[in-house]
Every structure is written in structure tokens, then in C-alpha cells.
Design a protein around this ligand. Structure first.
Ligand SMILES: Cc1cc2nc3c(=O)[nH]c(=O)nc-3n(C[C@H](O)[C@H](O)[C@H](O)COP(=O)(O)O)c2cc1C
Length: 366
């Protein structure tokens, strides 16, 4: 029976598979340190770039989608860009964090324009800080695509292959490529990344959305000086979509390429489902924003209980466990036809068996 939640991924030891996903929860060294103290296995920092002066955020930049019945926030939209904090500040903070928390996993989320020299410069300078891995943000769906970054790269498998290739040329640590869900066939870009040498795939980033319209002003939200742009949707509501993406990616990529799954994780069981569909680690972003960093305690307890209840010896044993149960519709029809036939012939045999039994009972009493 699993005694703990440790797992080794791309040669990195995680004390548990829970990372804070890139976003507000990992926005500076202070909050990252706090989350390590509380027990998160790792943190993916807010996405950083070489020139933060080009990144200008707006306010308000969040919108909530609430349950009609309970008022609970089930979906969350944001039009937040990547980090607007200076690159040099980030380098100092990443270096300091690795010094203070050598056994915690620190993943640097990075994004650059489509220039080889930029990607290679950011990789060289960030890996000197001692971070454990990179997560390439090829998937931010709003704002950044206007600069041909994020989703603009990730939706094009040729571009994914080229950019991952540049990063792998100079990276000395594992590289994860973070995928966009805003495509019909998630496996195309994931395969391109893995063929270009990515050690892992992270999925999903946010889903393009319009969260709603203000009933008084009739302006779409979040409204900035009277207007908005479609934003990225996350939280509980996206989980079924995220699970579909992770499942399809897991079935398509080679077994040695790992997956970090995310999208609406708020409980240990949510996390377990991502692992059953092929994730080796899981990330939580919106859940931590809504429920607080201390939720890690419940996540670990629930996931450990799941491994015990289902008698998995090690956490790694549940990775991909449910994948063989996906098929094609034609196969479902055929399997259903066979099952019906078997049930019918079982019923026929039972009927014959019953007659035989009755006859022998009669003979015995004669
Ligand atoms: C406010 C906000 C900001 C985000 N910023 C980033 C970012 O800078 N880089 C990135 O790769 N993903 C970013 N994300 C996406 C999350 O990391 C994650 O992929 C997505 O929200 C789905 O997971 P969740 O439902 O747990 O939030 C952001 C999400 C939110 C809600």
C-alpha cells in the first residue's frame, strides 16, 4: 500500500505530485516560499520573459461564473498577462528560493517571442539560478497572441516543434511544453513538442471565453474603460474538458514523455482522475486562488486515501490506469452487440440448465 505520495518525474523527486500552476499563486518569492512551507511538492512560477516593460496589465482582469443554486464560483475568467515584474528580480528570487528550499521543486515558466536568440537567452540565464525544470508557456490565449506569443505558437505544431527544438539545444534541465486547449486535436502540438525533445507536456492552459455581460451596463465583463477581450476560462467547470485533453495527449505521446495535468483541480479525487488518465504530476491554480494555499493538506490526505482504497502500491502505479477503457464508437457498438449475445446465450443456457435440473429432480423422486 502506498505509504506516501512521492513520485519521480523526469529524474526529479517530488515529495508529492501537487504543484501550484503558473499564475497569481506563484507570483513572487514570498508566496512561493509560503506554499513550500505549507507542503506543496512544487511550484511553477508565474510566466516570466526577458523584457517585462512590454507587459502591461489591466484592471479589473478577472470574472467569475457562479452556480445559480449555491453562488459557488465554478468557473473563472482572466485577461491577465504574464508577469510584469523585472527579469533580474525574478533571477534573484529563483536563486534565493532554490538555496532555501533545495528539496522542493521549482519550475520556471518562460515565454518569449518567436526568435531563437531570445528563447535561448532566457533558458541560459534562468537555468543558472538552479531551477529544476522549465515549463514553456506556448498557450496563453489572450493578450500575448497579439505579440505572436503563447497560443499563437502553441496552436501551430510546426512552430511548437521549432521553438521546443531551440530550447532543448541549450537547456540542461527537463523541459515541459504547456499546451493550449483551444484546438480541436490536442495531440498534434503535443506530439510535435515530444518529437522535438520535450521531456514533458503540461495541459491545459485556459479556454477562450466570454464570462458574461453586466446586466446593468450591458457591457461584457471584465470591463476595462468600457470594453473587454475574450479571456481564459479555468476552475472546476473546465475539468471535463481538461481530462479529455490529457487523455488524448497521454494516448498519443511516447511513454517516456511525462504529463503535468491541470484544469479545475480542487480535491484529491480531482487530482486522482488526472493521474488515472496519464498525468504524473498535477497543478492547481484557480483552486488555490479560491480556497487558499492551505488546501494542500486536504489534497494530500485525499489522494493518499485514494491510493490506499484502491490498493496502489505506489502513487506512480495509478498513472494511466484508466486509459485502456477509451475506445472508438464503432468498438463500443461491437462490444455492446457481443455483450447482448452473451447475455442471451447465458439466459438460454440457464433455461436449459433449469430444465435439466428439474428433470433430474423428477427422476430422483420417482
Ligand atoms: C489569473 C490567472 C493567471 C494565469 N497566468 C498564467 C501564466 O502566467 N502562465 C501560464 O502558463 N498559465 C497561467 N494561467 C493558467 C493556469 O496555470 C492553468 O493552466 C489554468 O488556469 C487551468 O488550471 P486551473 O483550473 O487549476 O486554474 C493563469 C490562470 C489564471 C486563473
Amino acid at each position: 500500500m502506498a505509504k506516501d505520495l512521492s513520485i519521480e518525474v523526469n529524474g526529479i523527486k517530488f515529495e508529492n505530485p501537487f504543484l501550484l500552476g503558473s499564475g497569481p499563486p506563484g507570483t513572487n518569492a514570498k508566496v512561493i516560499a509560503k506554499s513550500f512551507d505549507l507542503g506543496w511538492g512544487g511550484v511553477v512560477c508565474k510566466t516570466i520573459s526577458l523584457d517585462a516593460s512590454l507587459v502591461v496589465n489591466v484592471a479589473p482582469r478577472y470574472g467569475k461564473f457562479k452556480s445559480r443554486k449555491t453562488g459557488e464560483v465554478v468557473g473563472f475568467e482572466n485577461i491577465e498577462l504574464i508577469s510584469d515584474r523585472p527579469f533580474e528580480t525574478w533571477l534573484d528570487e529563483l536563486r534565493q528560493l532554490k538555496k532555501e528550499y533545495p528539496s522542493k521543486v521549482l519550475v520556471a515558466s518562460i515565454m518569449e517571442e518567436g526568435k531563437k536568440e531570445n528563447w535561448q537567452e532566457i533558458v541560459r540565464r534562468v537555468q543558472e539560478t538552479g531551477v529544476d525544470a522549465f515549463e514553456m508557456n506556448l498557450s496563453c490565449p489572450h493578450g500575448m497572441p497579439e505579440r505572436r506569443m503563447g497560443l499563437a505558437m502553441g496552436e501551430d505544431p510546426t512552430c511548437v516543434s521549432e521553438v521546443v527544438g531551440w530550447v532543448k539545444e541549450v537547456s540542461t534541465i527537463p523541459v515541459w511544453a504547456k499546451m493550449t486547449p483551444n484546438v480541436t486535436h490536442p495531440k498534434d502540438s503535443a506530439l510535435a513538442a515530444s518529437e522535438a525533445g520535450a521531456d514533458g507536456i503540461a495541459a491545459i492552459n485556459t479556454i477562450l471565453s466570454v464570462v458574461g455581460i453586466d446586466p446593468k451596463t450591458l457591457k461584457p465583463q471584465p470591463t476595462v474603460a468600457g470594453a473587454t477581450v475574450p479571456g481564459g476560462y479555468s476552475g472546476q467547470a473546465v475539468r471535463p474538458i481538461a481530462l479529455r485533453h490529457v487523455m488524448e495527449i497521454a494516448k498519443a505521446i511516447p511513454k517516456n514523455v511525462t504529463i503535468s495535468g491541470m484544469g479545475g483541480i480542487e480535491t484529491g479525487w480531482d487530482a486522482a482522475q488526472f493521474m488515472l488518465l496519464g498525468s504524473h504530476t498535477v497543478q492547481v491554480c484557480t483552486g488555490a486562488m479560491l480556497n487558499g494555499y492551505a488546501m494542500i493538506e486536504g489534497l494530500c490526505e485525499e489522494l493518499l486515501k485514494f491510493t490506499v482504497d484502491h490498493t496502489f502500491e505506489r502513487l506512480a502505479d495509478c498513472v494511466g490506469h484508466s486509459l485502456p477503457h477509451f475506445s472508438t464508437h464503432a468498438n463500443l457498438v461491437e462490444a455492446q452487440r457481443k455483450a447482448k449475445l452473451e447475455r442471451k446465450s447465458g439466459a438460454d443456457n440457464n433455461w436449459k440448465g433449469d430444465i435439466a435440473k428439474e428433470t433430474s429432480d423428477l427422476t430422483a423422486t420417482e
